[in-house]
Ligand binder design. Structure first.
Ligand SMILES: [Zn+2]
Ligand SMILES: [Zn+2]
Length: 342
């Protein structure tokens, strides 16, 4: 394949051309895009803050501020963009963000060069989504790029299973639910109107949830574990407690039932794994599976595809794209990540 303008560096930074990287730092690149706030995409963020202009959606910026990165609000090299707004950068390229459906603020990225070539990065994305970027060259997330990653149940079914387990286990005591940021807000949305017990969370989580609420998400209220009301509920054993990043799940002794919500697919036809009568996994995820990933790539119209090999499955996905999409050519990114993120 001829020379591509897109690739992924060893540190996981996604390169769209010669001057812009996504979700990482690269020497000599003026611009960084932050696609969303998950930790595995935040590499070298502080370094970028000192050395690059950083672009992100307004929602991502609000979430980072809520995470106590107070200086973000006042830095003039941190620039937020609206959905679909085309931003011309100093080097003559044009940058556009399109929602990726993965969590609040998460974006797909398009950089259009003065010669008309359009380079894109999917970021983490869910499927189906309303708007798909239209590009010539694409870097695609390959987290579920293996054909073993096909889910034979819908996310609606996974949500019903979660609600059923929570309702059932609340008869035996408290329920403790752990999920990634973004997914934990979905859990709250599912439970809010449907269970008659207090829902507890950390102050950190409550400030994150308030950003979702400010952006139009109808989420029920969460009581702080540090408040008087929260302490009373904690003594009563009839409550649900939510945990995300930094909330200490597994560091404390849990007397009730614990439920982890993540995208694991040990059983492709059942969203629930029962570890014991007090411990469950529910496959709630905001990531496209293998089939969704292929459909997504088709929908972008990209003819040259780099599968991001940072989180494994890049090779599997490139092979699959080459056999399933006839007029496109895919290759795994050239990076050699030092370790594989699960
Ligand atoms: Zn993510
Ligand atoms: Zn990710």
């Amino acid at each position: 394949m001829d020379h591509l303008r897109v690739d992924v560096f060893d540190n996981g930074a996604v390169r769209l051309g010669t001057n812009l990287v996504c979700d990482g730092y690269a020497e000599g690149f003026d611009f960084r895009v932050q696609t969303h706030i998950h930790d595995d995409h935040m590499g070298d963020f502080n370094r970028s803050k000192g050395l690059q202009d950083i672009f992100m959606s307004r929602e991502t910026k609000a979430l980072l501020i809520a995470e106590l990165n107070a200086d973000i609000e006042y830095r003039d090299n941190i620039i937020s963009l609206g959905w679909g707004e085309e931003k011309e950068l100093e080097d003559g390229t044009k940058l556009t963000f399109v929602r990726s459906g993965h969590m609040l603020g998460s974006t797909q990225v398009v950089v259009e060069y003065p010669d008309g070539l359009r380079c894109g990065y999917s970021g983490d994305f869910s499927w189906p989504i309303n708007d798909v970027i239209q590009v010539d060259e694409l870097v695609v997330d390959s987290t579920y790029g293996s054909s073993a990653s096909i889910r034979k149940y819908s996310q609606g079914e996974a949500e019903s299973c979660l609600l059923e387990i929570v309702s059932q286990r609340l008869r035996h005591g408290s329920v403790h639910i752990h999920a990634h940021r973004g997914t934990i807000e979905r859990v709250l949305h599912i439970l809010s109107a449907n269970i008659g017990v207090p829902i507890l969370g950390s102050k950190r989580l409550i400030s994150e949830i308030s950003v979702y609420q400010a952006n139009g998400f109808a989420l029920g209220s969460v009581t702080s574990t540090d408040s008087e009301k929260g302490r009373v509920a904690l003594n009563g054993k009839s409550y649900v407690r939510l945990y995300a990043k930094g909330d200490g799940f597994r560091n404390e002794l849990i007397e009730g039932t614990s439920i982890s919500c993540s995208a694991f697919m040990t059983k492709p036809d059942n969203p629930v794994v029962e570890y014991s009568e007090k411990a469950f996994g529910v496959a709630l995820t905001n990531h496209a599976d293998f089939e969704g990933t292929i459909e997504y790539i088709r929908a972008t119209g990209a003819k040259k595809i780099v599968t991001d090999n940072t989180r494994s499955h890049g090779v599997d996905l490139a092979v699959a794209v080459n056999s399933l999409i006839s007029d496109a050519y895919a290759q795994p990114s050239s990076n050699h990540p030092a370790f594989t993120v699960r």
